[in-house]
Design a protein around this ligand. Structure first.
Ligand code: ZN
Length: 455
């Protein structure tokens, strides 16, 4: 996959062109980023959309703008229970196996893993990491017991996707791994089939991106755990091009990073070193890169990410989703009149249905109820006050991150408004688009990916 990519979500499917405009502007500035439209099963279910809607939106935005760069449609956080409906409209699959971490792994598999990788036991140095790791056989055993089952599950999902791909989207071998050219036919697999093991090399594809994600867990994975997770991924012949670990700190939806930035920076750099080591030792894709989930608005760690990817001359995928919807709300509020009234109505309903809306996102939001204004108060606000409270500008005294987070998870209310909401977006197309583009370009792409000169 291309070096730099950025995941964009569009809850209501109206902002594809406005989102792409940010990538077009970036390209003019010499920053080449591949757009990836992502939408999870949870979002589709809440809004009643289909994966094919995202494909149509992306294709149309690209055609309308004559975008000739690569782009992808990401089946975000899928597993065997929901992958079917994504197979023919996606070319990027985020295999979410977080729920399988810690589930009992087959003991023979664990023993085989320890036997194969005990060559790494003892003192292990990884180029780029100053301190040495001390790996014992029991460490290997514990890591295998914890993660092997999850990675085996990722293998099952990957092979199921390969099997179900429609012939209209044939796979092409990746040009970056010239040693591996041929597609090896696999026997048909059904859901839950046992693992097909072979001594064949990993088959890399240039038009099918596989990401393995384990970010939705309580505890972060250490760089050393990541190393052995990558070994398991290689053993499963998963041609992963991106890997999304859980990093230290809190990655709440749509708001600032909470945690120790220096610790994050060290961990991120160590992970990059581990990935380089794993590519060389396990035959993984040469372009394998880290994927940062819930990556929007993490302004505190962008300098560290930028510095690390430039230092290692490596790529990164940063995934964002719901913040385009907040830019829609900002645009409507900025317009005033009926559009502002709709933004207020959405807040009132979200406030009244707090428990229902917040529950699915409980682990990734931190709303301080004391900070939430009463709907009657919000009704008295003018455009500026609403916009200032919602827009993520920490220098603005009116910015309220609890207000922002509640609205972030409140997209279900807008979905229920149906045509009323969609028509408001259409009537205020320009002002909404301006906010959508600016947010992606100015607050994200430029800061994460551009070459920033050292002073
Ligand atoms: Zn995620």
């Amino acid at each position: 996959m291309q070096k730099y990519s950025f995941g964009i979500g569009d809850r209501f499917g109206c902002q594809g062109s406005a989102q792409l405009a940010a990538f077009i502007e970036a390209k003019k500035l010499g920053i080449e980023i591949t757009p990836v439209w992502n939408k999870s099963n949870r979002e589709h279910t809440t809004i009643h959309t289909e994966p094919s809607d995202v494909r149509k939106e992306a294709d149309k935005a690209v055609a309308d703008a004559n975008w000739n760069g690569a782009y992808f449609v990401d089946a975000d956080h899928i597993n065997l229970s929901c992958v079917d409906k994504f197979i023919n409209s996606s070319d990027f699959f985020t295999l979410d196996v977080a729920d399988y971490i810690g589930e009992e792994s087959n003991s023979a598999d664990v023993t085989a893993f320890v036997k194969k990788y005990k060559k790494f036991a003892g003192e292990l140095s990884i180029p780029g990491i100053n301190e040495k790791f001390h790996v014992s056989e029991p460490d290997l055993q514990i890591t295998a017991e914890k993660y092997l089952n999850a990675i085996k599950e990722a293998g099952k999902i990957y092979r199921y996707i390969l099997e179900g791909r429609c012939p209209q989207r044939p796979l092409t071998p990746s040009a970056t791994n010239s040693k591996i050219q041929i597609e090896i036919p696999q026997p048909p697999l059904k859901k839950g089939d046992s693992i097909h093991q072979s001594n064949n090399p990993i088959i890399h594809h240039s038009n099918l991106i596989i990401e393995v994600s384990m970010d939705e867990t309580e505890k972060p994975q250490t760089p050393l755990e990541l190393l052995f997770i990558l070994a398991m991924i290689a053993d499963e012949k998963i041609p992963a091009q991106t890997i999304a670990p859980k990093f230290s700190g809190r990655f709440n939806k749509g708001v600032e990073y909470v945690g120790d930035v220096a610790q994050f920076a060290k961990e991120f750099e160590d992970d990059l070193a581990v990935i380089q080591f794993a590519i060389k030792n396990f035959g993984l894709n040469e372009n394998l890169k880290l994927s940062v989930h819930s990556g929007s608005d993490k302004f505190a760690i962008y300098p560290a990410i930028n510095k690390a990817i430039k230092k290692y001359n490596t790529g990164v995928h940063v995934k964002t989703a719901g913040t385009t919807w907040l830019e829609e709300l900002i645009g409507l509020a900025e317009s005033g009149g009926e559009a502002l009234d709709i933004a207020k109505e959405i807040y009132r309903k979200a406030f009244d249905r707090y428990d229902e809306l917040a529950a699915p996102y409980a682990t990734v939001i931190d709303i301080d109820n004391e900070e939430l204004p009463k709907p009657d108060v919000v009704d008295s606000w003018d455009s500026t006050k609403y916009v200032d409270s919602l827009r993520h500008d920490r220098t603005n005294v009116n910015y309220n991150q609890s207000f922002r987070q509640l609205l972030h998870v409140g997209y279900k209310i807008a979905a229920e408004l149906g045509d009323k909401y969609i028509n408001a977006l259409k009537e205020n197309r320009e002002i909404v688009a301006k906010n959508v583009t600016e947010n992606i370009l100015e607050r994200h792409i430029k800061i994460i990916f551009a070459n920033h000169e050292e002073h």
